[in-house]
Design a protein around this ligand. Structure first.
Ligand code: CTP
Ligand code: CA
Length: 223
């Protein structure tokens, strides 16, 4: 579909995209993270820029190149939260494609955790992170559009849709991009298959294929 968006249908729009996976440090050399590479978010940012938008990519530990994009690098959920809430103040659209750590260690060791101190078992206590998407939705200005992603491992399509509908209601965002993830799906792959839900719970788009084509289909809904 090269050239199909040459009309620059997002011209002048300020779009913030978060991408990648946040990491929560345990000690100076270790973290708890997830398998998101950031590819779908980067494709969204690229596609939006191609269509004329002024794009800020807030990138958490990106494992794919983001050349040519205006990128703000972050690592922890707290850093992503601060960057996203600030950028959102002047954005027309905020897309939370990042995989945010739900929990972080309740304390971070100043020195490397050592086996001779810990012995045969190591117990970690994790505490809940703030829900950035929920905060963005609550702080949304008139006319601003907030988009969430939902990563689900549920295999049954009907049950997955139910989870998506419950999630968009809980988050309070305008759209939710549902995508199935698993050991070999979603994270780190070149292709994706998504269902886009509106706040009503209605399906407004379905797309599968390259992450670039899925990005354009998602932006079609927003445009
Ligand atoms: N999200 C967020 N802040 C968090 C957790 C998630 O902003 N602390 C965002 C993600 O960026 C995504 C959406 O919320 O856009 C849904 O993330 P997901 O992990 O699917 O849902 P959760 O609400 O975390 O619920 P759960 O993981 O328990 O299914
Ligand atoms: Ca989660």
């Amino acid at each position: 579909v090269a050239g199909s968006h040459a009309r620059h249908d997002l011209a002048g729009r300020r779009i913030v995209v978060t991408a990648g996976g946040t990491r929560e440090p345990l000690d100076p050399v270790r973290f708890i993270g997830n398998r998101s590479t950031g590819r779908q978010g980067v494709e969204l940012a690229r596609a939006a820029a191609r269509r004329g938008a002024e794009v800020t990519l807030i990138a958490a530990n990106l494992e794919v190149p983001a050349d040519g994009l205006r990128v703000q690098h972050v690592s922890t959920t707290a850093e992503l939260q601060e960057a996203a809430l600030l950028s959102a103040q002047t954005a027309d659209v905020v897309i939370m494609a990042a995989a945010v750590a739900d929990y972080r260690p309740d304390s971070v060791a100043d020195e490397k955790i050592k086996k001779d101190v810990q012995g045969d078992e190591l117990a970690l206590r994790l505490v809940r992170n703030p829900d950035i998407l929920h905060e963005l939705s609550a702080a949304r200005r008139a006319g601003q559009v907030v988009v969430g992603f939902a990563a689900e491992t549920e295999r049954d399509p009907e049950r997955q849709l139910e989870l998506g509908r419950a999630k968009i209601a809980r988050k309070g965002c305008d759209f939710l991009v549902l995508n199935r993830v698993g050991w070999s799906e979603g994270f780190g792959t070149a292709t994706n298959a998504v269902t886009v839900l509106a706040a009503s719970g209605d399906i407004v788009a379905e797309a599968s294929g390259s992450k670039a084509s899925v990005a354009d289909r998602i932006l079609d809904v927003l445009a």
